[in-house]
Design a protein around this ligand. Sequence first.
Ligand SMILES: Cc1cc2nc3c(=O)[nH]c(=O)nc-3n(C[C@H](O)[C@H](O)[C@H](O)COP(=O)(O)O)c2cc1C
Length: 276
Amino acid sequence: MYNAKSLMRDRYGLDIDLAVKITPTMEGMLLHRSCRAYTGQDIDEGLLNVLLACAQSAPSKSNLQQYSIVVVRDADRRAAIAKLVPGLLPWFETAPIFLCFLGDLRRIRRLAKLRSRNYQNNNSDTFMNACVDAGLAMQNFVTAAESAGLGTCPISMIRDQIAMFADILQLPNGVFPIAGLTIGWPKNTGVSAVRLPASTVVHREVYNDANLEADIEEYDLRAHERKPIEPDGQRLKDIFGEVEICTWSDNVTRQLSEPERPLFREFLRSRGIHLS
Ligand SMILES: Cc1cc2nc3c(=O)[nH]c(=O)nc-3n(C[C@H](O)[C@H](O)[C@H](O)COP(=O)(O)O)c2cc1C
């Protein structure tokens, strides 16, 4: 049903003909889209456990496995999260499971004590390794879940009120939220978001962004054609106003013209994460 050309068109909005055998895993990944509308039907605990094992199958720096995952099903706890992150409503309520992927610098610190060793790695490198480990685990979960017909959506909005969110999950020192993930049976197939052309992101042998401006002009057009950014998705309208055509590059530069979550570093420090 899908061939390489239609999958490439779906991903990039471009006609790219490739004489390549597409495997089912590739097909699933090329058709990825985040899902923000679920039927409300429950997810079997056995399936969840297999998906979590897929998450844990991801590579991890030195096999240090510096991440944890909290599974949230409890109605009261979910209501507390929804109250804290109103942007998640109403679709959050139809996702039977919410996961939170955490960087976990606590476990190995505890092991160091247990084995009577010094711990000398409160540093940015360890912090990055923990974030990458958690991100890879989350992506493995997403790929496996989508292959089973489920839909997911990562949620960084949980970091808007990070200290209160961490308290809801009773996170101890050394453990910090990276992203939430809603999981449910999709209500509709959704529309895929076109990606930047490979020529912008993939560099051959050495880095070269000489063609950035032209690439972005074209990408903005394709992204708009696929899915216009509606007024409610236009960032910082109080500063930049509402426009009829809001392009991807307009919107991302609007978004990042103000600091996002400036209190994150302070939160980390308050949780015993002082990075050198
Ligand atoms: C780390 C991370 C955090 C995200 N946070 C949110 C979020 O808070 N709210 C949301 O609606 N989508 C969130 N997303 C989903 C992205 O908006 C989505 O992946 C992106 O727009 C591309 O769309 P696609 O996943 O459908 O291809 C997040 C994705 C990632 C990887």
